[in-house]
Design a protein around this ligand. Structure first.
Ligand SMILES: [Ca+2]
Ligand SMILES: [Ca+2]
Length: 495
């Protein structure tokens, strides 16, 4: 026995064998819609690296954000709590740090995804836009610096310093009318090439940082690497070579119908579209959006290359890529997001899990981005926190067509309504109930652009009842910042 213990002591001093936990590469993209080639494949779009990712992952082709705005969508992904419980349905500005913990009582002590992985032995690092922030709102960020081992740059100002602006021609000099949305002078709602190499642009620098993190990954410590890419968010400003891929004369507008809103809810943003059409900017903005998509596709390729070139990560890394919501380029006379149609809520979602995912497969089983949190927990064999509303997608990673038994749910509160609105999806149909009581029903198999509102079609009465059951009856009212929040006091002090 004594001899046995002597033999055992040196063994106990040897570090534990290298972990079998998979690493995680977590890629968030801002405002990327379904134009990419593995989804709708908009005519002429060039996204070879999304195709490459689709070949090596499961493509959740019917995935929806939890809310069609940056802040609410991102908080839902990072906490796993759906807006219908947190009450966070909209963007809120002027924060420095995780103000959402004060906005929603339920989130006060919620464990952020990266923190949860840290709690289970991971080194969790982040860079770029994971929580809400904007290029033009320096030091306005809802990131939680405490949730990371390390964050690139200033975690409370993660992207603004990295984006140069081009020289802009004032609208009046360019012969454009007054009233460009988001203020006329800054051209934040606009497209223009940058006269710079990629190396001097924000997302490129974030990817440079991520590649360094990959190289430094240590044996025995699993890595949770979160990379937040800001394009194709406005302003559509990327180096000239990305614009060159899409000569203006060959740019295709998205499918659309002039009378589309006659049977639909009014989104309250048609003045954006009116300005675009009046000033003949539609093709130009589509060019800028497509150029920005190809720029971010290139950055995705650099991340995938980096992973393949790092032996410690190559065959042992889960990849999840998502966008915070969809995007309109004039469909339904809408621009950006802030609506509940498929064009606004459908997002790219790709998941690769080594030895688990049926790579190259695509599924229309409905998914909500709150499903990411429990999915990653199951893949890493760590518990799912009680706060989580989502349901693991691991069964669909193994058998992509396996029925989920759960509908996708996306919620939002429109500005002129005092109750939240909800959109529910199954594999084929979508039902929307707005805060003012208006309802829409679409058959995406027959009508993928949601032109025909079928809510009064007697043949679909049962479908309506089935999907309407997915609208929560007790959805949380919209959250506001309490007066006693230190963030509120800071805002008052700034006024
Ligand atoms: Ca966004
Ligand atoms: Ca319509």
């Amino acid at each position: 026995m004594y001899l046995f213990l002597i033999l055992l002591v040196p063994l106990l001093l040897v570090p534990l064998p290298a972990t079998s936990k998979p690493h995680v590469l977590f890629i968030a993209i801002d405002d990327l819609n379904d134009y990419i080639s593995p989804l709708d494949n908009h005519p002429g779009v060039q996204t070879p690296h999304f195709e490459r990712l689709a070949r090596t992952s499961v493509n959740f082709a019917n995935a929806h954000c939890a809310a069609p705005v940056c802040h609410a969508s991102r908080v839902a992904v990072m906490t796993g709590v759906h807006p219908t419980r947190s009450g966070i349905y909209r963007n809120m500005f002027g924060a420095r740090g995780p103000r959402w913990r004060h906005e929603s009582k339920l989130l006060e002590k919620a464990v952020v995804l990266s923190q949860h992985f840290r709690d289970h032995g991971y080194r969790a690092v982040g860079g770029g836009k994971i929580f809400h922030t904007l290029q033009w709102t320096p030091h306005d960020s809802q990131n939680d610096p405490e949730a990371w081992d390390d964050y690139r740059g200033d975690p409370n100002n993660p992207i603004a310093p990295d984006w140069p602006r081009p020289r802009l021609v004032p609208d009046e000099k360019a012969g454009l009318t007054k009233g460009r949305p988001l203020g006329g002078h800054s051209h934040l709602f606009g497209a223009a090439p940058l006269n710079l190499p990629d190396e001097q642009t924000g997302d490129h620098m974030v990817v440079d940082w991520a590649l360094e993190q990959m190289k430094e990954a240590k044996k025995g410590t699993p890595l949770f690497l979160a990379v937040g890419l800001f394009r194709p968010h406005i302003p559509w400003e990327v180096p000239q070579r990305w614009f060159d891929l899409y000569p203006l004369a060959g740019v295709n507008l998205p499918p659309h119908r002039e009378d589309d809103l006659n049977d639909a809810h009014h989104h309250g943003r048609t003045h954006w579209h009116k300005w675009v059409v009046e000033n003949k900017q539609w093709e130009k903005f589509m060019q800028g959006y497509l150029a920005s998509i190809s720029y971010v596709d290139h950055q995705l390729g650099r991340l995938l290359d980096g992973l393949e070139a790092t032996p410690a990560l190559k065959n042992n890394t889960i990849i999840v890529l998502w966008s915070d919501h969809g995007f309109h380029i004039g469909e339904k006379a809408n621009w950006e997001k802030f609506a509940l149609w498929d064009q606004t809520t459908r997002v790219p979602l790709f998941i690769h899990a080594p030895g688990v995912s049926r790579d190259g497969a695509e599924t229309r089983q409905p998914a909500t981005l709150t499903d990411i949190y429990p999915t990653l927990c199951e893949l890493a064999a760590i518990p799912v926190p009680e706060q989580c509303d989502g349901l693991s997608l691991v069964p669909q990673l193994k058998s992509p067509e396996r029925k989920r038994g759960r509908l996708a749910l996306c919620s939002f509160q429109f500005w002129n309504e005092n109750r939240p609105s909800h959109a529910v999806s199954d594999e084929r149909y979508r039902f929307i109930r707005y805060g003012n009581g208006f309802e829409e029903l679409y058959d995406l198999k027959e009508d993928p652009h949601e032109y025909e509102n079928l809510i009064d079609d007697p043949g679909l009465a049962a479908v309506k009842i089935r999907l309407a059951a997915g609208v929560p009856e007790d959805a949380a009212p919209i959250a506001t910042l309490p007066k006693d929040s230190p963030h509120h006091r800071a805002n008052q002090a700034r006024k």
